[in-house]
Design a protein around this ligand. Structure first.
Ligand SMILES: Cc1cc2nc3c(=O)[nH]c(=O)nc-3n(C[C@H](O)[C@H](O)[C@H](O)COP(=O)(O)OP(=O)(O)OC[C@H]3O[C@@H](n4cnc5c(N)ncnc54)[C@H](O)[C@@H]3O)c2cc1C
Length: 387
């Protein structure tokens, strides 16, 4: 078993990090205040060949490995969290579901602008009464000739205010297996978005409303029996969430180490106090362990290039948890400067917190891990509501 990256992988990570420092570093922490999507950085990523990293060449991708994509999103996230979100949106998220499962016609129509950094597609799954219990979603899809008619609403659509395309998870029939997905384009009659709102991290989201919204049937990505396929591809989105949470924690750690080496109290650098040294050692142990779990999840793939649900759940839950602890310890090392709005540490702390909820909460990942350990399914429903 070789734990080392190959020379090519090290070169990829180092060169992307260098480029990110030059191109994205100077305004890395300005995007929250501007409430803008970093379109200019999206176009740079596209020019640098860092969109569609794992997508096949015939749809405009680069056919590289999932680990390569992880190294890229880590390198960018260690410099600019908002641009790492663009790497997510153009490699790991709904774009990957479309690339894997949509018809050739739909891919040809929507992927070029997304991969060029000129448009984004978001994942619209969560509903007011269907969060962790995703299979309770009610947005309905009815096929009528060459159209599909959507009715329902969605919550917490990240980047919704900036998106052109929305991958809407919806029901084609009564059973959980009948959950599929349809791409809806902004401007489609019967589709509207709520007012932009903000998470604690400042990320913008909005609600989505479908009122007899008629979409061409070619926009169906999966219909009946789509749920299993979509969830399998959604594990790739979770790998991207995991990598971003690790990258931001790594950034918090690197900043804390530099600060501890420079900041003097009692006439000595903070790094000479054992209380700080042990904190830093704990942070380093956790980051290294999380990285190994993430790389394992990104390397052990099935025949279709998808990570195992168990490895993904372990990597995501562990990383999301330790990233929060590392960010909190890094803030402590910074003292008042860590808690001030004037420095990046508090932003990293706020941002990292969200991944304990987004993309499948910590608790839901742990439920999945327990199922793997015991080798059986545990229904979360009461007897009356079992599906
Ligand atoms: C930053 C951020 C970005 C997001 N972006 C998107 C997006 O782009 N698209 C989208 O569709 N959604 C998005 N979401 C929504 C996210 O997917 C949901 O918030 C998440 O699935 C949890 O659902 P909920 O908020 O309804 O909480 P609930 O499901 O009501 O859960 C509340 C709490 O109960 C726990 N819980 C629930 N069921 C169980 C159980 N069976 N066992 C143990 N604990 C349980 C949960 O873990 C959680 O701690 C985003 C959320 C955040 C925070």
């Amino acid at each position: 078993m070789d734990f080392a990256l190959t020379p090519e992988q090290r070169l990829l990570k180092d060169s992307v990090k260098r480029m990110a420092r030059e191109q994205f570093g100077p305004d890395a922490f300005s995007w929250e205040d501007r409430q803008e999507y970093p379109w200019k950085n999206a176009e740079i990523l596209a020019r640098e060949g860092l969109t569609g990293i794992t997508l096949p060449e015939e749809v405009g991708g680069h056919g590289s490995s999932l680990l390569d994509a992880v190294l890229v999103i880590e390198a960018v996230g260690e410099v600019c969290p908002h641009t790492a979100d663009v790497v997510q949106a153009t490699n790991f998220g709904a774009v990957k579901v479309v690339a894997d499962l949509a018809s050739d016609e739909l891919k040809r129509r929507i992927l070029p602008d997304i991969l060029a950094g000129k448009a984004i597609i978001t994942a619209a799954m969560t509903e007011p009464d269907a969060g962790s219990a995703l299979t309770d979603l009610r947005t309905s899809a009815q096929i009528a000739g060459d159209k599909v008619i959507l009715n329902g609403s969605k919550m917490f659509n990240s980047n919704g205010p900036h998106a052109r395309f929305f991958l809407v998870w919806c029901r084609f029939g009564p059973s959980a297996r009948d959950i599929g997905a349809v791409v809806v384009e902004r401007g489609t009659p019967g589709f509207s978005t709520g007012k932009p709102e903000r998470f604690m991290s400042g990320e913008q989201y909005c609600a989505l409303y479908f009122n007899d919204c008629q979409v061409p049937a070619e926009n169906i990505v999966t219909d009946r029996d789509g749920f299993r396929k979509q969830m399998a591809t959604f594990n790739i989105e979770r790998i991207g969430n995991t990598a971003r949470s690790l990258a931001l924690a790594q950034q918090a750690f690197d900043r804390a180490v530099d600060h501890a080496a420079e900041r003097q109290q009692f006439g000595r650098p903070l790094s000479e106090f054992q209380g700080i040294q042990w904190k830093v050692a704990e942070m380093k142990m956790r980051l290294d362990a999380a990285r190994l779990l993430l790389y394992r999840a990104a390397c052990e793939l099935d025949g279709q290039g998808r990570p195992s649900p168990m490895n993904t759940a372990i990597a995501k839950a562990y990383t999301n948890q330790i990233a929060f602890e590392v960010a909190s310890d890094a803030m402590q090392v910074f003292g008042g400067y860590g808690y001030s709005h004037e420095f990046p540490m508090e932003y990293l702390f706020r941002r990292i917190r969200g991944w304990m909820i987004a993309g499948g909460s910590l608790e839901m990942q742990k439920n999945r891990i327990a199922e793997g350990v015991f080798g059986r399914k545990f229904s979360q429903r009461n007897a009356a509501g079992r599906q």
